[in-house]
Structure formats: structure tokens, C-alpha cells
Ligand binder design. Sequence first.
Ligand code: ADP
Ligand code: 5GP
Length: 196
Amino acid sequence: MSSENGHTEKGRCIIVSAPSGAGKTTIVRYLLDQDLGLEFSVSATSRKARLEELNGKDYHFLSVEQFRMKVDSGEFIEWEEVYPEQYYGTLASEIQRIWKEGHHVIFDVDVVGGLNLKRYFGDKALAIFIQPPNIQSLEDRLRARRSESEETMKLRLDKAAQELSRAEEFDVIVVNDDLFKACEEAESIIKDFISR
Ligand code: ADP
Ligand code: 5GP
């Protein structure tokens, strides 16, 4: 199988995108625990680590200067300033490492990043949009996660409205109302894609 970028490896890409608070990290963690041969693409970011997050496992945490140096040396497949002064990006080295190990890559990226990756990987990629039942539940979930200040909460909710309007550009939409059902649905869609 090859894509418009000429990738010839057998590994596939599963892209999971959604507005912040929709539940994509929770669903990606569930998927990684299933026997699907998936491995997480650890992004680089310049935001601060949350209490439970580990450097090298959840993200490669970098300073803004370190991040910009990697941009300049062409180490990213895609990168974005997702929030002011908070950069996030997909490292080309992650994909090579994961495919070499014989695994499929799973990404947790924002909506613009997800659509850029879908374009880059072509038919090797399945792009899944995780949709919250409504915008109020996004706010409730972000508050329950207790990771955001009022200011960053507002930034995330403003961006969410924009992101929700792009759901139709993804290959599939999974509504995350009942978490267990959403996890099972995503798992079954991925199994089907990988076995094709
Ligand atoms: P994202 O990665 O999309 O920002 P998270 O996976 O961190 O979202 O989920 C945000 C919060 O919502 C977390 O505290 C998570 O436990 C919770 N959550 C996820 N899915 C559901 C759901 N279906 N119902 C209620 N809470 C949920
Ligand atoms: P968080 O700060 O909540 O971990 O992530 C904020 C947003 O950045 C989320 O939508 C997350 O999916 C996205 N994100 C994480 N890594 C990347 C990446 O490598 N590229 C892009 N474009 N977005 C990312």
C-alpha cells in the first residue's frame, strides 16, 4: 500500500481528533490497551506538563526555544501554535520508530493537525473525529478534569466551536456520550480498517 507521499511500509495511521474535553485522550488510552498493535505517537509540546503527565510518554515537553529549533531543523511532519505560545507537533522520528517496530501509529492531535496528517498519509490513515454530545458537556468535562484556569478554559471553548464545524471532513465521527460505547465503536472501526 502506498500513499500520495510514497510511504511503502505496512504500518497504518489512526488519527484521533476532537475539541479539547471531548474525551479523545481517554479513548486513545483505552485503544492502546486493546490488542490492536497500536503505539502512541508522542508529540512535542511547549506547554507545561500536568501533574500526572510523564516526559517522553505523554509528550516530549520542550521550551519554546527548543521547539522552534526542531521546527527550523525540519523535524516535524506537522506543527501548530494550538494556543498562544503553546506549540504542538508530530515528530517524523516517532512514525519511523513505531513502524520499524511493526506497529500502527495512533495520534491524539487537534482538528487542524488531524486533517493535515490525513492529507499527508493519504490512504494509510483513518481519521476519527470524537464528538461530544453537546458543547455544555465539553465545558463540564474540562471543569471536572481540573486542568485549566478560567483563562485557558475560555481559549479551549472558543476554539472548540470552530473545531466542531469540521467534523464532516473526517473519515468517521464517533459520538462520545456513553464512554464505553464510544470506546467499543472506535475499536471496531479500527479493527476493520487495519484488516483491510
Ligand atoms: P481530551 O483529550 O479530548 O481533551 P479527555 O480524555 O482528557 O479529553 O477527557 C476530558 C474529561 O472528560 C476527563 O476528565 C475524562 O475522564 C472525562 N470524560 C471522557 N469521556 C467522558 C464521557 N463519555 N462522559 C463523561 N466524562 C467523560
Ligand atoms: P492538551 O494540552 O489538552 O494535551 O492538547 C491540546 C490540543 O493539542 C489537543 O487537541 C491535542 O490533541 C492537540 N495536540 C497534541 N499533540 C499535537 C500535535 O502533535 N499536533 C497538533 N496539531 N495538535 C496536537
